[in-house]
Design a protein around this ligand. Sequence first.
Ligand code: ZN
Length: 670
Amino acid sequence: MFGDTTARAEASIVSEAVELHSGQSEPLLLKVRLRVAAASQNDGKSSPPPTSVLPLTNWKRDGEDWVSEPGSKLAGLQVKVRLRSQADGHSELLVETKATAPTWLRLLSLELESDSVGAEVGGRDLRPKKVTSRAALSGLDPKWVILRPDQKPWTILVDDDVDGVKVQVLPSQVLVQADLLSSESRPFVFFQQCTDHWRAPNRKASLETRLLQEGETLSTKIVAYAGGAMPLLKARYPEGRQAAFVITDHADQTTSGTLHALAGGTSLVSSPRFGKSGFLGKGLPMTKALWFRSGEPAPAASWAHPPRPVLSPFQKHMHSLVVYHSRYERPQVDPSGAGRPQLDDPALAELTVRLHRAGWEISPHSATPQPDDRDSTEEALRFFEQYNAKTWIDHQPYTNCEALTNRGFQGGNEGIADLLDRHKYRYAWSGIDVPASPSLNLLAPQRIDQYVPVVYPSGRLSTGAPSNLWLFSTMMTYIESSRFFALYKKKSLDQLEKERGLHIAHTYLEAFHPAGSKFAKRNLMQAGKVPGEIVPHPRLEQLLSQLQSRVAKGTLWVPTLQQLGDHFRAMGQVTVRLQNDGSATVHAETAVTAATFVVPRPGLSVLIDGQPLQTVRSGKTETMFYTDLAAGQTAKIELRDAKQRPVHLLKPMGAPTLIAKSNRVHVVVR
Ligand SMILES: [Zn+2]
């Protein structure tokens, strides 16, 4: 239907800037520069390296390509930018960087300055957005930028191998900055001291640079298409699901009784009711962090010894605590959290095997509640191999010196980063919590002007540390239970889905404190009908039912952290390209199940490699579809409108001649 009329793309150098041409479109003039903040040393105390701006003005031919390198040498870094024009009409800017010596990078970025008025991007909710001043797109945020959207448009597409893309709209220019590495999009904060008590003063510091070892490379490809393309956006979640809700539950409140209640709806494992409700009953998984050993029980308090015949009110209170602790097998803990057996309790360990089989991720919450040496951490990591654990969650990083967010990220005797790497851990909690808020979406779509990293690669944090660990941040929800349930009201969950949001909760779902105690208002567990029985709060069961029905409807995804991260990694390596014939190709580097895509036009049907796709859903403003992609697979995507006419992604108006005419207006491009 659409003839292949576009000529080969061409590029020329016009007064030190790059000019892209394609067919009859108006050319796009780009000034190209690098922004680099690098240092050869990092003693942890000196201030982060400042940013140098290096214009790329000296372009030389290299075969068919144009190549430029920064005029001034960068210590420890080789950077080359290559401009390649493709026969099918698009141009590519390739950035190739190699470290020639160990280099600490805060920023490495390619900036393109265009004479554009206005810009459009895809928002975090995958809906088109006009950029008013700034947009910052990281992680799986779409990285499609339409320059000069109102006339003579060009579309710039950046793959997700960059840390992010920033777009800045000025009165008569638009800057597009592709950050190959930016520590702003991979926050890492750590405690500077290791204290004896969690209340002792401590300070957090931010690690501003990441280490590139000698020989390591950073590269990306920026693709430019003439025209205002209709973007084919990658969605974050599989199967067309709108939002994700992830629970990471820390070990601190866990005992055998409450974990049974949370999992099976009652602490009485032999009851016929066990497994009918709770997480197992609803078929929901979570990431459950536990202690491999919970340490010695806290020393018995003196009041626990023979009561006197007449008790004071205080003693009566203490006596009821003793009854509580023995009735619910919930021993008192010391300030570290130690004193309650977890995986050292055979009943609890048996339950975790069942939970793992049911899809839960069973993870270490540090090895034990107390500071651990490398041998204990190693022993715990070996123990957790039976659950295929890949997510590490620090416990009390202010007192646990070996915590990743204390000294653990460093090398040496107190480091654990190398141990996590040896056991192939892929995810670790960043220790960064946002406060509880009914706006559940951690991606904060209203803050489109800044990076909002939630699940992201840490980069190499120290010499000897791995470079492939990803960090995740959470919302802290250890709050009064009335507030907890208010957070997760229907309206908030609807909003999360509408925003295509991501919620990762940092929870203590087994909170079950004695009545009248300081934290009893945070209880999410309560006494059951049978003496000694513990059951989840009815409103917790209601919340699980809510989640279950949204999962069944296909609107919400409730994965473990590991499943979420693995899907993000795989989708991050999917690349989309537009073809001259109006189709697109999607290429997967590693296998992805139910990879989802969104096109901002409703009512389309989709062909994949010529075959009609059955997983297409249409909304008011968009069409969404999903497909499995094998490792190394490239699939051709074609779109059809309601009358089965091809929809051209590069000329989406359906009237290519009109665009061509309007573009023929003579405008002198500098
Ligand atoms: Zn903890």
